[in-house]
Design a protein. Structure first.
Lengths: 111, 99, 119
């Protein structure tokens, strides 16, 4: 367990750096989490994070890499729904890192 | 491809056996172990169902489970020990355990 | 070529761990690209009932999670017609796009897969 400080707020993280309370998420929180990972969020990142939050809304679980790619392809087209694009955006571990930044639980079934 | 279906739950108050018989292929086998051997209880409904299911040469029960429960399998099927169980699972293409 | 696996899920969704376990096997296998099929049999068809609202149960939402199966590459989804009929569930109201099979087709389905497990 650790905490992330965003402005006045102190936000609880689990041992892997994922939000303990999914309701704590905001865009500021996402940016702060990204800064922790030495990542600056661009429009391309945000569209994947939004997509992941939609995925969670729909299925109530965090996708492994394969379903993440499939869902991205479905919603944003094959140009973005591929491992190359997602790996580039999220340092080679899109399912884990993007779920973290989107405020989702750590995906199970993920190596 | 043939399947050996393995059931370990009593047929009384559980529908594994009836479901299994419903989807049993003509080359498939059925092995009863644990409380599933109660399906062979004389005078019972599950026994009548088994008798009507034309399982000649395809019905097996674990001997130690039969003995422990004072159940016999008669000529309806074959009582087998664990080594025979292993042989049986190799004889079929796959094993489906009804957990 | 990876061996194909048919998972037969035959327990109702909310009272015991079996339905969850069957789904977890399916999702884990799907994440690793294994050729999987899933058959809903007996009380397992209740997992597909429309309009389930388990929010107050303090469990993960199995009904919502099931919807992710196609995203995990598991599109071979089946339900036993006799199980649906016995329980008064209409095939066209189910929450997943399953193929409804009669008893003879169930035997053929099991035959087609390399491995099968029933939970």
């Amino acid at each position: 367990m650790s905490t992330l400080t965003v402005g006045e707020r102190s936000i609880a993280l689990d041992k892997d750096g994922y939000l303990v309370e999914l309701g704590d998420w905001s865009e500021e929180v996402a940016s702060a989490l990204a800064a922790h990972e030495d990542l600056e969020l661009t429009a391309e990142h945000w569209e994947v994070l939004t997509l992941l939050r939609d995925f969670y809304q729909e299925f109530e679980l965090s996708p492994a890499t394969r379903p993440l790619i499939k869902y991205t392809a479905l919603k944003l087209g094959a140009e973005k729904g591929n491992s190359l694009h997602l790996n580039r955006l999220f340092k080679g571990t899109p399912a884990k890192l993007a779920a973290k930044l989107a405020g989702l639980p750590k995906p199970t079934n993920c190596i | 491809m043939s399947t050996l279906h393995v059931i370990c739950h009593s047929p009384f108050g559980d529908n594994r056996l009836s479901s299994c018989l419903r989807l049993l292929g003509s080359a498939d086998g059925l092995l009863l172990c644990g409380d599933a051997v109660y399906a062979l209880q004389p005078g019972s409904e599950p026994l009548r169902t088994l008798q009507a299911s034309q399982l000649d040469g395809r019905l097996f029960a674990l001997d130690e489970d039969l003995q422990a429960r004072a159940i016999t399998i008669s000529d309806l099927g074959k009582a087998i020990d664990y080594p025979a169980f292993v042989e049986l699972s190799l004889h079929y293409d796959k094993v489906n355990s009804w957990l | 070529m990876a061996k194909s696996l048919l998972i037969i899920s035959r327990q109702a969704p909310w009272a015991g761990p079996s339905a969850r376990e069957a789904l977890d096997i399916a999702l884990a296998g799907g994440a690793f690209d294994l050729p999987l099929g899933m058959l809903f049999l007996d009380d397992g068809v209740f997992q597909l009932a429309p309009g389930q609202q388990p929010a107050q149960l303090q469990q993960k939402n199995l009904a919502a999670n099931l919807q992710a199966l196609p995203m995990f590459g598991i599109e071979e989804l089946f339900a036993a017609g006799s199980s649906l009929q016995e329980r008064g569930l209409a095939a066209d109201t189910l929450s997943l796009p399953v193929q409804v099979l009669d008893d003879a087709a169930l035997a053929a389905l099991i035959d087609r897969f390399d491995q099968v497990v029933t939970l």
